[in-house]
Design a protein around this ligand. Structure first.
Ligand SMILES: Nc1ncnc2c1ncn2[C@@H]1O[C@H](COP(=O)(O)OP(=O)(O)OP(=O)(O)O)[C@@H](O)[C@H]1O
Ligand SMILES: [Mg+2]
Length: 475
């Protein structure tokens, strides 16, 4: 803590006596030969003692029995978290013990708490403040919105404890982030690009980061992030605990994932890559030019319920949202061409239920937890097959029901096949004329192999074009 006294202040000048960068504005010790008095010593030690002596609630819950610190566990019931979900049950004990872990579980099954709760438990055992510019734990996420959501979750789990989180993402002031990092932080939640920027400015020092979490790990290991991740990983101590979580983990990625882990526990709830169990899925075959009208038909049947519509391009998504607005829908759009302010307002309005339809690119595919989302429409099929599972996973969160309809144009049959292959199951047809090529695949049992829906599809012959309904069947 005495190190703080010799650190420069925000203007770069040496700190003056009494100027304190930490919370509370207590007098600082003079550097050099100044001898600390008993009063000084008491002041210096106080935060640390407070840290350790804070009353630990005397509670016994399923989470405390798994080793979660009671100061964290006490925050869970008010959030509706009473008993651990399967991934939490499988992952938490190993993480509390200090093991590296690869955790795979379907969307909406509580992976954030599966890494957040044991990580906070371990941090609470340290009992010291972080040093300037450092963070004890680093959580990396692929999008700004997801980083924000994780930060909010960590705040909620850690309420009433001395643990502090800070979020650094693009689109926000880098100077503010630089200044905040001067104090150091317990948990840093970041998107990789902005973290690299801060490291290059000398604002973040990862040499003491003993915990690394990659949320949406397969996307973080993907080509768009891997270079940044490699640079970041080199700066972290070798002796650290690394946790990787996702709902999907393609085989190729799994090998790469292993290079970040030491003697990891592998925890998988259900075979990885499957859609959440309670999502009622369907594919509707439709010509590209008829998709907007079809979407409007579906939306009209559930005007009061929240729906996310996924488009492939920023431009296409923007155009679609404008069209829906013209047709009288309360709609907002979120994609890479929007400013950060617009993105945040769009999401806030949607979370609050003020806008009922959110048109989004894959920027909203991963991790976002908006429990009221009842419908997901894949207006365009994703070209990364795993993203289908993540997109539809924006509905049916934490055991709720949800529906997901994929609009498949004749040119998208290849994407549909790739998605079904990745999920190892067929998506039931709910409307439109099955193109000849797709019908043939379906008659053979499809690329899906022996998945549950695949078996279903074999029993039920593929819908013939002549018998296909003209409008939506199930909505
Ligand atoms: N044990 C629990 N009991 C009840 N609800 C829970 C529990 N754990 C988490 N939740 C709730 O479940 C929802 C989904 O959690 P979370 O966002 O962590 O899912 P996820 O597995 O990370 O999903 P995704 O793969 O989409 O990122 C949240 O609203 C969370 O508060
Ligand atoms: Mg998540």
């Amino acid at each position: 803590m005495t190190e703080q006294s010799s650190r420069p202040n925000r203007s770069g000048k040496p700190r003056q006596h009494g100027e304190n960068p930490s919370r509370g504005g207590k007098p600082q010790f003079r550097g050099g030969n100044a001898k600390p008095t008993t009063a000084h010593r008491r002041l210096r030690d106080e935060p640390e003692e407070k840290f350790i002596r804070r009353a630990i609630p005397d509670i016994d819950t399923p989470f405390t029995r798994m080793g979660i610190d009671a100061r964290v566990a006490v925050n869970l019931p008010p959030m509706g978290i009473d008993a651990p979900s399967p991934i939490q049950e499988k992952a938490i004990p190993g993480i509390v013990e200090g093991r590296d872990l690869l955790g795979l579980a379907q969307t909406g099954t509580g992976k954030t708490a599966a890494f957040g709760l044991p990580m906070l438990t371990r941090l609470l055992n340290i009992g010291r403040k972080p040093e300037p510019k450092t963070c004890r734990a680093l959580i990396l996420a692929p999008t700004r919105e997801l980083a924000t959501q994780i930060a909010e979750n960590i705040d909620a789990y850690a309420a009433g404890t001395p643990i502090r989180q800070f979020r650094v993402v693009g689109g926000a002031s880098i100077n503010v982030q630089t200044m905040r990092m001067e104090r150091g932080v317990d948990v840093l939640i970041a998107t990789p690009g902005r973290l690299i920027d801060l490291i290059e400015r000398g604002a973040v020092d990862l040499s003491q980061t003993k915990y690394l979490v990659l949320d949406e790990a397969d996307q973080m290991l993907d080509i768009g992030f891997i270079h940044a991740l490699r640079r970041i990983a080199k700066m972290l101590p070798r002796e650290r605990q690394t946790l990787l979580f996702s709902a999907t983990m393609p085989k190729l990625m799994e090998e790469l994932a292993e290079s970040y882990l030491t003697d990891p526990l592998k925890v998988a709830v259900n075979p990885p890559g499957q859609a959440a169990a309670k999502i009622e899925q369907g594919v509707h075959f439709v010509n590209q030019g008829d998709k907007a009208t079809l979407l409007a038909e579906y939306l009209a049947k559930h005007r009061d319920e929240l729906a996310i519509v996924f488009g492939r391009t920023k431009h296409g998504s923007e155009k679609l949202s404008k069209l829906l607005e013209k047709w009288g829908y309360k709609v907002a759009a979120i994609h890479g061409n929007k400013s950060q302010g617009q993105r945040e307002r769009a999401l806030a309005g949607f979370r609050a239920g003020e806008t009922k339809v959110l048109v989004a690119t894959d920027v909203a595919a991963r991790g976002l937890d908006i429990p009221e989302v009842a419908h997901v429409y894949n207006y365009d099929l994703p070209n990364v097959p795993e993203n289908y599972v993540h997109r539809i996973g924006r509905t049916a969160r934490a055991g709720r029901d949800g529906r997901a309809i994929a609009f498949c144009a004749p040119a998208e049959i290849g994407e549909l096949r790739a998605i079904e292959k990745a999920m190892k199951s067929q998506i039931p047809v709910v409307g439109g004329e099955v193109p000849f090529e797709a019908a043939k695949i379906r008659e053979r049992g499809g690329p899906a192999g022996r998945g549950a829906a695949g078996q279903d599809a074999r029993k039920r012959p593929a819908r013939r074009p002549s018998r296909a309904p003209k409008s939506t069947q199930r909505t």
